[in-house]
Design a protein around this ligand. Structure first.
Ligand SMILES: *Cc1c(COP(=O)(O)O)cnc(C)c1O
Length: 395
């Protein structure tokens, strides 16, 4: 039996066109982009094309504003550490503003910087997971060097008001970084319109390969390098380029741009079907995330009287792959920091599953999921004493 994969926010399969584009660079076109002979030039041209494809996807003014990295995590580290450290060395300013719902790639980077003399404000969020602009205005200090707020959250799909954040930041001349790993390919992404200085994206969340990503650095935004070495990427990211990965990311970016409207329509239709079906068949379930400002394709549901980890394992046995609050916290029983920030009581946070759909998800798969989940949830609730007590009260 083929498994039903509903965990596309954790990673996506490689698009066949991406694999095809990469193949020559994994085989006979193996040149080093820094070599000046024909092999090197071939690699260099391929990298240049990919850089244009990524720049085109995000509306960068020039491909030179795109730096290839090893993924979303490195892009986030590069942006936050690189900017913060340069500013501190220049003028002693050491305050960073971020949010309490960031991906660990930003959150743990900020916590690391706190150990090294930085002060960090972690903005709270409302119950839908959005920051409040008044909180941001109040948090800004004379010493603030960076605001880093994600474009869309990987657990709930909640979209943050990046344009408004940038307007506020610009009035204080504070640069803004956004982690757009989840929104790329789903939301219209235009760095000019958003107004950000720095933007992170990753290959494997958009049907590209793992281990490759990019950081958009607006021209004129200065930051310290993360990795020291040769003069690759115009002296901004040392190390022989991952040519095949870069070519794959470029193709994934081109496809993401071309297919976006159809992709979003497909995701909205099937996510709506899943939501409606679950709500119709089950009581005591709650959707987390913003009802309006929400990414297509993500459905985060708390099943009351159910333990999420057990639910995920039961679903896996039935061939359905979803994730608990966040893939990164699976394996540990800690309720996710995102759900905690939404104010979800631990009891509900523990019973949460994230469904994230993809381009190959079918209507028949959603039908099968809607067939199986209510049965499993009801079975599990049948074993819960809290559930039985509540049912008695209701009768
Ligand atoms: C997956 C993800 C990352 C990390 O990207 P990698 O390429 O896996 O390092 C960062 N931020 C968000 C929001 C993500 O979903």
């Amino acid at each position: 039996m083929k498994s039903i994969y509903l965990d596309h926010s954790a990673t996506t399969p490689l698009h066949t066109d991406v694999l095809e584009a990469m193949m020559p660079y994994l085989t006979n076109q193996f040149g080093n982009g820094s070599s000046i002979h024909s092999y090197g030039r071939e690699a260099r041209n391929a990298i240049d094309t990919a850089r244009e494809q990524v720049a085109d996807l995000i509306g960068a003014k020039s491909p030179s504003e795109v730096v290839f990295t090893s993924g979303g995590t490195e892009s986030d580290n590069h942006a936050v550490k690189g900017l913060a450290e340069l500013q501190r060395d220049r003028n002693g300013n050491n305050h960073i503003i971020t949010s309490s719902i960031e991906h660990h790639a930003v959150l743990h980077t900020c916590q690391h910087l706190e150990k090294h003399g930085f002060e960090v404000t972690y903005l709270p969020v409302n119950r839908y997971g959005r920051i409040r602009l008044d909180d941001l205005r109040e948090a800004i200090r004379d010493t603030t060097v960076l605001i880093s707020i994600m474009h869309a959250n990987n657990e709930t799909g909640t979209i943050e008001p990046i344009e408004a954040i940038c307007e506020i930041a610009q009035a204080h001349r504070i640069p803004v970084h956004t982690d757009a790993v989840q929104s790329v390919g789903k939301l219209p992404l235009d760095v000019q319109k958003l107004g950000v200085n720095l933007l992170s994206l990753s290959g494997h969340k958009i049907y590209g390969p793992k281990g490759i990503g990019a950081l958009y650095i607006r021209r004129g935004t200065r930051l310290e390098n993360l990795i020291q070495g040769g003069s690759h990427e115009r002296n901004r990211r040392a190390g022989t380029e991952n040519v095949a990965g870069i070519v794959g990311l470029g193709m994934a970016a081109a496809l993401a741009k071309k297919n976006r409207d159809a992709y979003v329509e497909h995701l909205n239709r099937l996510t709506g079907k899943l939501r409606d079906g679950l709500c119709e068949k089950l009581d005591h379930i709650y959707e987390n995330g913003d009802p309006v400002h929400c990414l297509p394709g993500i459905l985060n549901i708390s099943f009351e009287f159910v333990e999420g980890e057990s639910l995920i394992l039961r679903l896996d046995m039935e061939g359905i792959c979803v994730s608990t609050g966040s893939a990164c916290t699976s394996g540990s029983m800690e309720p996710s920091h995102v759900l905690a920030a939404l104010g979800l009581p631990p009891r509900l946070a523990q019973g949460t599953a994230r469904f994230s759909l993809g381009k190959d998800t079918t209507e028949a798969e959603i039908d099968e999921v809607l067939e199986k989940i209510p049965k499993i949830v009801e079975q599990m609730r049948g074993l819960s004493s809290a559930y039985k007590k509540m049912m008695k009260r209701e009768m």
